[in-house]
Every structure is written in structure tokens, then in C-alpha cells.
Ligand binder design. Structure first.
Ligand code: HEM
Ligand code: HEM
Length: 197
């Protein structure tokens, strides 16, 4: 599946870093998941007259997230991730790959179910200059179950991404093995234990 190694830089603790592209994709998508997730959770809280606007904004950012994921995927299969720091235990080595792929899969499927919910709720995509109307009439039998499934998938992303972030912070503050520094935008963030003069 991989062809070329990802460009990586070696810190003074000889921990390989993710390349600039991978780091940019990771943190852009982090911000998008947070924004889209918050807008999704608030969708029932808006006043009726502005609800369509906020749901459309949720959909626009959700679509952007989905397109960014496709680009990231394309990038990822061409750039091998750096090897894990030597201090990382066996169970984490086995678990981290499947966990990352589960996150990719969830971020791929959730927007698709969201799109189905959006269209079968009779909503129109408003891109500002362009309106995309599929002409589908609101159909409760379709949008009710898909809305629920979309919500459950979103909660699965929050749970998995939350556990993933907690694990990264645990590695950084307790294991001090340089794991977080591999994905951090600035090279200076390192594990305290390994810091060199
Ligand atoms: C990974 C990306 C996305 C996340 C994390 C996400 C998250 C959420 C969440 C948490 C809810 C509330 C669910 C509930 O209250 O049970 C929601 C609702 C919804 N989302 Fe998303 N969403 C994403 C992408 C999309 C996309 C791309 C679309 C459509 C193009 C979309 C359309 C909708 C619709 C139509 C609803 C129901 C709102 C309504 O019509 O009442 N979502 N989303
Ligand atoms: C929406 C939230 C997040 C999502 C969806 C997400 C997703 C991912 C994915 C898919 C990877 C694998 C990259 C690859 O090799 O292809 C990754 C790696 C990584 N992420 Fe996140 N992430 C999120 C938030 C965070 C946060 C908040 C932190 C830090 C506190 C973090 C720290 C890391 C680190 C250190 C790695 C590299 C881990 C390793 O190589 O095993 N992530 N993330």
C-alpha cells in the first residue's frame, strides 16, 4: 500500500516526526471535526428561523471535512508514517494502526450518512453562489433512522478521537517517549525526560 517514505525529521532524541503535510492534514481535520461536531450537537438549540442556516453551515463544513479526508487519504498512501519511538510498548504498536484506520473509516462514512439525512429531509445545499437542490421530498422514513445513525457515528468519532488524544497526552506527560512531538506542529515540543542541552 505504501510507496515512498514520508519526509521525516529526526529530533535530538532521534524520534522521527511526521512530515509537514501529514501534520497540516491532522490539525486541519482536528479543527474541522471540532467545528462540525459542535454545530451538529447544537442543531436543536438554534431558533427555528435560523436553524436551516446553521444546519447548512454544518453540512458545508462536513463536506469540506470529507473532501479533506479524501485528499489526506491520497497523501497517506503515498507517505509512509515514521516508525514509532523505541520506548513504545507492544500493545500500543499493535493497537495504534487499527485505531487510526477506524478513525479514517468513521470520518469517511459519517458525512455520507449526513448527506443522505440532509437530502431526504428535503434540504437544499446552499454554497452561497450555487444552490444544489436534489428535488427530494422530505421523507421521515428515511431521514429519521439515518439521522440517528449519523449521530451514533459522530459520537463514535468523539469517543475514539477523545481516547486517542488522551493516549497521546499520556505518552507525552507520563511515558515521555516523544510520541506527541511526532505530530506536533512545532519541532520544539519534546518529551521532558529526553530533553538535551
Ligand atoms: C464527520 C463529519 C460530521 C460530524 C462529526 C457530524 C456530527 C453531527 C452531530 C453530532 C449531529 C447531531 C446528532 C444528534 O443530535 O443525534 C449531526 C446532525 C446532522 N448532520 Fe452531521 N456531522 C458530520 C457531517 C455531516 C455532513 C457532511 C452532513 C450533510 C451534508 C451532515 C448533516 C447533518 C444533518 C442533516 C443532521 C441532522 C440535523 C437536522 O436535520 O435536524 N453532517 N451531525
Ligand atoms: C478529531 C480529533 C482527532 C482525530 C480524528 C485524529 C486522527 C488521527 C489519525 C487518523 C492519526 C494517524 C495518522 C496516520 O498515521 O495516518 C493520528 C495520529 C496522531 N494524533 Fe491524532 N487525531 C485527533 C486529535 C488528536 C489530538 C487532540 C492529539 C493530541 C493531544 C493527537 C495526537 C496524535 C499523535 C501524537 C499522532 C501520532 C500517533 C502515532 O503515530 O501513533 N490527535 N491522529
Amino acid at each position: 500500500m505504501t510507496s515512498r517514505p514520508m519526509r521525516s525529521e529526526t529530533s535530538s532524541e532521534a524520534v522521527e516526526r511526521y512530515g509537514t503535510g501529514a501534520v497540516a492534514f491532522h490539525w486541519t481535520m482536528f479543527l474541522l471535526v471540532v467545528a462540525v461536531g459542535i454545530l451538529g450537537l447544537l442543531h436543536d438549540s438554534w431558533p427555528k428561523r435560523t436553524q436551516a442556516f446553521w444546519i447548512n453551515l454544518h453540512a458545508m463544513l462536513g463536506l469540506l471535512l470529507w473532501l479533506t479526508l479524501i485528499a489526506r487519504f491520497w497523501w497517506r498512501i503515498r507517505h509512509r508514517p515514521p516508525s514509532l519511538p523505541s520506548g513504545v510498548g507492544d500493545w500500543w504498536r499493535r493497537l495504534s494502526g487499527p485505531l487510526h484506520w477506524a478513525l479514517y473509516a468513521l470520518m469517511f462514512v459519517t458525512p455520507i450518512v449526513g448527506i443522505v439525512t440532509f437530502i431526504w429531509h428535503g434540504r437544499i445545499f446552499d454554497f452561497g453562489v450555487l444552490h444544489l437542490d436534489f428535488g427530494v421530498r422530505s421523507n421521515r422514513a428515511v431521514f429519521r433512522p439515518t439521522e440517528d445513525i449519523h449521530g451514533y457515528l459522530a459520537y463514535a468519532i468523539f469517543a475514539l478521537a477523545g481516547a486517542h488524544a488522551a493516549a497521546a497526552l499520556w505518552h507525552h506527560f507520563f511515558r515521555r517517549d516523544g510520541m506527541l512531538g511526532r505530530m506536533w506542529p512545532m519541532k520544539e515540543v519534546r518529551s521532558h525526560a529526553g530533553r538535551q542541552p
